[in-house]
Design a binder for this molecule. Structure first.
Ligand code: IMP
Ligand code: MG
Length: 184
């Protein structure tokens, strides 16, 4: 699906994970998460904007638990290719998480800097439990030791888009996950 524009070189997106596979995996994750938090009445699912918005929407609808939803937006400074070491909070949570069960939902764990910063910040607020669910994991890119309790798919070091994940703010609305390729 080429998307040419005057400011972006044209590229194609090759399907990597189908919408059907994603849906099946989300259902499995939700089942495990439901079992893990069984009996809770104080769960807050925290979506990291913007990449997790589709995933979190599907995931919470499969959870068989009472749940609140909140959002946090973190942004990395500097050159992404160099891996961002400074993380800025652009939008903080609206609610309190002290004494709550918290499930942080992230789209991709890449170097791990974003998530480790966010987790350190949230842990300082005294949640009773703090867990992570990431849709995608690129372990070959990891620089900070952080691991999600639940991971949807482990993928190779490719730039991916779709299902909420963007390239220069585009392609978040693709129903599947694809990898970006620049033809010769
Ligand atoms: P980290 O701090 O390097 O782990 O960065 C993780 C964030 O970088 C993710 O939440 C995404 O927003 C972004 N990111 C990493 N890999 C990709 C990709 O392949 N496509 C789009 N965004 C990505
Ligand atoms: Mg992100």
């Amino acid at each position: 699906m080429p998307q040419a524009s005057p400011t972006r070189p044209s590229y194609v997106i090759d399907e990597m994970i189908s919408a059907k596979s994603i849906a099946a995996r989300v259902e499995e994750l939700a089942r495990e998460i439901t079992r893990h938090f069984e009996g809770t009445d104080k769960l807050v699912v925290v979506g990291l904007l913007r990449g997790s918005f589709v995933f979190i929407a599907d995931l919470v609808r499969e959870l068989d638990l009472p749940v609140e939803v909140d959002f946090l937006e973190a942004s990395s400074y500097g050159d992404r290719m160099e891996s961002a070491r400074e993380v800025r909070i652009l939008k903080d949570l609206t609610g309190e998480i002290s004494g709550r069960d918290v499930l942080v939902v992230e789209d991709i764990v890449d170097t791990g800097f974003t998530l480790s910063h966010v987790i350190r910040m949230l842990r300082a607020r005294g949640p009773s439990r703090l867990e992570i669910c990431a849709l995608l994991d690129k372990p070959s890119r990891r620089e900070v030791d952080i691991k999600a309790g639940w991971t949807g798919f482990v993928i190779p070091d490719e730039f991916v888009v779709g299902y909420g994940i963007d390239y220069a703010q585009r392609n978040r609305n693709l129903p599947h996950i694809g990898k970006v390729r620049f033809p010769e």
